[in-house]
Design a protein around this ligand. Structure first.
Ligand code: C5J
Length: 220
């Protein structure tokens, strides 16, 4: 058993039964000219997570852990995009043409994972229509088939897709650790509160750590 320095207390894990899940590190959320920026957000807050994510990804690959990537998005005909999601925010963006193709549509550049964190052979990519990575996907089956019991979460955004996935995972019986410098939000106050909620009440949802502590446990 290995341990990662974490809050509210150290996180015990076995690399063979732990997966790194990189959530939605897509152009549309992280890079200028994507969905996030079209909504009026400052994407530099998310870009700051790329370097620490790269270091954790490299360490997980070195430790031969299962690495899974997720992408939020929809079919080109938007038949899997609920009306509420399409119109929420008062203006329609999803499916419209942007500088990197149709917003959050599968197969478009904006929807794809940024080159710095691009999946390599053997790393499953889970396409999800919602915020949580378990909702209407085969993620749970992939984790079960690989004997996974613990998750390390990185990605964006802290209070939306990362938080929803952490809660879904916890309810399904997985141990969840979030790397705080590897997750980001357009709203710093939401980021902080979202992490505090996870670790409160004796890790009610999971643990919080950082890239340095995770890497030193994975590749001592
Ligand atoms: C959002 C996400 N924020 N990946 N998606 O709409 O967090």
């Amino acid at each position: 058993m290995k341990h990662i320095e974490a809050q509210p207390f150290n996180y015990a894990f076995e690399p063979a039964s732990t997966a790194l899940v990189m959530i939605d590190m897509q152009h549309d959320f992280v890079k200028p000219r994507g969905f996030g920026e079209m909504l009026g957000n400052d994407v530099s807050l998310l870009e700051a997570t790329v370097q620490p994510c790269m270091r954790v990804l490299a360490a997980a690959r070195q430790a031969r852990m299962l690495v899974i990537h997720t992408r939020e998005g929809h079919r080109p005909d938007l038949s899997d995009c609920l009306p509420a999601k399409l119109t929420r925010g008062g203006k329609t963006f999803i499916g419209t043409q942007g500088p990197m193709g149709r917003i959050l549509v599968r197969g478009e550049k904006g929807h794809d994972i940024i080159s710095e964190l691009y999946p390599i052979a053997g790393e499953p990519v889970v396409d999800k229509p919602g915020k949580g990575a378990f909702c209407q996907t085969d993620l749970h089956m992939i984790l079960q088939a690989n004997g996974i019991r613990s998750l390390i979460l990185c990605g964006v955004t802290t209070e939306v897709c990362v938080n929803t996935t952490a809660r879904e995972a916890n309810d399904r019986g997985f141990e969840v650790l979030i790397a705080e410098d590897c997750v980001g939000s357009y709203f710093p106050e939401f980021h902080r509160a979202a992490l505090d909620m996870i670790k409160a009440q004796g890790a009610i949802v999971g643990w919080i750590s950082d890239s340095r502590s995770i890497i030193s446990a994975l590749v001592p």
